[in-house]
Design a protein. Structure first.
Length: 320
């Protein structure tokens, strides 16, 4: 954890970024940079207007000016999601690669103390052995994963040639309040949204594929710990070390909502990865990280959040 630092969070209007920014703001002066193409302005309403910069992370002049006033940069801005990767593959590459290059070059120019780069478990691809440790062979499968892996190398290269201190975090299936439940969203909020709307939860294939689902509070705890001295010039997995089958996840969401059914569908899914599981022993030993939120509790919190927002939206609609 850091304190009394000036911190810039790119992508601070997004799911993980907004939670990280809020927690950092307890002890630091935090500024957010986001174009709100996927993040939401509602997520940053607690920040003063002069602490929120609406801009594309590839805008070199704006990024250079923003970075210049800060000690630490948390680079969360990214274009992600399987559907976006399929529909706009070149844009996914450009946003993620050019955005990272712009941020890192600005950090070197302004001699910031540290940059934290948000990477992804997808850099491991379909590696055969689980759990994945940080030094395992990487075989990214998607444009998004390739861009993140290349960005990791870019960050390390600038660290070696320019002395830029860095931290790289590979997040494993983080979920919780504020995560996108739209058609471009992620599995848990999409499951919850379907269940709340009375539609069956769709399980693609037999549902035996597994993921390491990490509640947002645990992910933020690990992120803040990694910003401390022990995280300097290190790479960490951010997960739980526990894997859950998708069919078990669907049943857990159905139970949490209380009146939902599940259905198996055979629609083809691109980039199917059978298992993905984090080895978090490095984060535990070096950072003292211990994930605490059980999946059932995290799902319940996600259901409560999405239900409240659904009811709020219904109320606003009825008044117009």
């Amino acid at each position: 954890m850091i304190s009394d630092a000036r911190v810039l969070v790119t992508g601070g209007g997004g799911f993980i970024g907004s939670h990280v920014a809020e927690r950092l703001a307890d002890e630091n002066a935090v500024t957010i940079l986001d174009d709100f193409s996927s993040g939401e302005e509602a997520h940053v309403r607690s920040f003063p207007a002069d602490r929120v910069i609406e801009a594309d992370v590839r805008d070199e002049s704006v990024v250079r000016s923003a970075v210049a006033d800060h000690d630490v940069v948390v680079h969360m801005a990214a274009m992600m999601g399987v559907r976006r990767t399929l529909e706009r593959p070149l844009e996914v590459l450009r946003v993620n690669l050019d955005g990272t290059r712009t941020v890192i070059e600005a950090c070197v120019e302004s001699d910031v103390d540290r940059v934290l780069f948000a990477s992804t478990s997808e850099v491991y691809g379909d590696a055969p052995d689980v759990p994945y440790a940080e030094d395992d062979v990487k075989s990214p499968e998607t444009n998004y994963a390739v861009a993140k892996r290349a960005s990791e190398r870019f960050v390390r290269a600038y660290s070696e040639t320019h002395g830029l201190d860095h931290t790289i975090l590979r997040y494993f299936n983080v979920y919780g309040p504020r995560q996108d439940s739209s058609e471009y969203g992620f599995v848990i909020p999409k499951f919850v949204d379907r269940a709340l709307s009375g539609a069956p939860i769709e399980i693609h294939g037999d549902g035996t594929q597994t993921r390491d689902f990490t509640y947002i509070d645990d992910a933020v705890d690990c992120t803040l710990a990694a910003l401390g001295p022990a995280g300097r010039n290190e790479t960490f997995n951010v997960g739980t070390g526990s894997e859950t089958e998708i069919r078990a996840l669907a049943n857990a969401v159905a139970d949490a909502v209380g009146d939902a059914e599940t259905v198996h569908v055979e629609h083809p899914r691109p980039y199917v990865i059978e298992r993905r599981l984090a080895d978090v022993s490095k984060a535990t030993s070096k950072l003292g990280y211990e994930p605490e939120i059980p999946l059932s509790d995290g799902i319940a919190a996600t259901v409560d959040y999405l239900e409240a927002h659904r009811n709020h939206a219904d109320c606003r609609t009825s008044q117009t």
